[in-house]
Design a protein around this ligand. Sequence first.
Ligand code: EPZ
Length: 420
Amino acid sequence: MSVRQAISLRGGKRLEGEIQVQGAKNSALPVLAAAVLCRTQVTLYNCPSLTDCDAAMRILTALGCGCRREGGAVTINPSVITSVEIPSGLMREMRSSVIFSGALLGREKQCRLSFPGGCEIGARPIDFHIAAFKKMGASVSDEHGCLICRADRLTGAKISLPLPSVGATENIMLAAVLAEGVTEIHNAAREPEIVDLAQFLTKCGARISGAGSGLVIIEGVSELHGCDYTIMSDRIAAATYLCCGAITRGELLLTKADYLSCQPVLSVLEQMGCSIYSFGSDSLYLNARKKLKPPPMIRTAAHPGFPTDAQPVLMALCASIPGTSIFVETIFENRYRHVSELIRLGAKINVEGRVAVVEGTERLSGAELMATDLRGGAAMITAGLIAEGVTRIGNAAYIYRGYEDIEKTLRSVGADIKPL
Ligand code: EPZ
């Protein structure tokens, strides 16, 4: 990540106004990969302008798909696939590119990719993905750090996931939609992004049932056509902006939001004393003028539990409110890297393994920070909005992976924030 890109903010401004929530990064990425399975043009609307989406588009281009962006619309022409190799540079840049392996296996019955290493928040193994591909008839070999998958035929299988893995559920769906026969995914992830992917694939002619539940059933079809599709709203970006509003005791209206997918976070913010109303199909109103109290315990879990991706920004909010909160991070083994940076602002946080104990304080003061990962960087912005004085955050490229125009968005509701 380039240290060059940095963000500077001066704390103390209440956020007030309206924010339009971006399209969901974690739906756009698997749906961009799913386009590889289609024989005709795909147009995706509400596709967020993020460096991670740019990387996915570069992979599509490398595979031979025409790919162009016009504002929030991305058009893909997947009629001809000329390569089954995911460029190793792009694999390194974005480990979630592994999602292309299921799509390539489904379309071309082969794929080649450099092993997706771990990342800042954990080892990020893909053993569930590989075991499922093998069960569907693929051979998977590891040659000089490259994963090579091949199948004469892909057949439906009964797959039981040891953990409700989002990526594994998505990758199996992508491999299964053109396989021969029926695939069952037991202990499937239930995240809203899985439902969005299933809706996209169904619109392209796939036969999928149970998405959003623990049992997803895919009946293979012979081919998929393209379609026009609108990506769902980003529930983690929404959670981030709500925490930014709450930490400044502000008042925000989020539009193009998705109330239901935000519910696990909304219920915690309400428990803390925030007034939250949803109206229409896609608007959320937050008022945090009242005195807030920290939640006693936050335990991350697979959906519909509290999302691990919102843990860092909620921790930043709790760090600024007197009282004790206990966080238990059950999904990733190394997702407290933002803690040492929040401590530089004066936060009082103790970490022991997967548990973090936060003693909130109203005396946070600006400092020089370095973003540690995407959501950790967002937590630093959140805390910097209330810290006295100036906070500078280096490695901002981490943040641009998942937040579209974050400085412009926060400035539009009163934050004193700018790129350096
Ligand atoms: C997706 O990652 C998201 N990324 C993550 O968001 C999110 O934190 C995560 O799901 C959990 O909700 C995208 O959608 C692009 P998992 P993924 O497979 O699919 C273990 C962000 O900030 N596991 O559900 O990689 C794994 O180690 C990112 O936007 C295996 O052991 O997550 C973890 O402990 C960060 N073997 C647990 O499962 C496997 O083969 C859940 O991981 C796969 C996963």
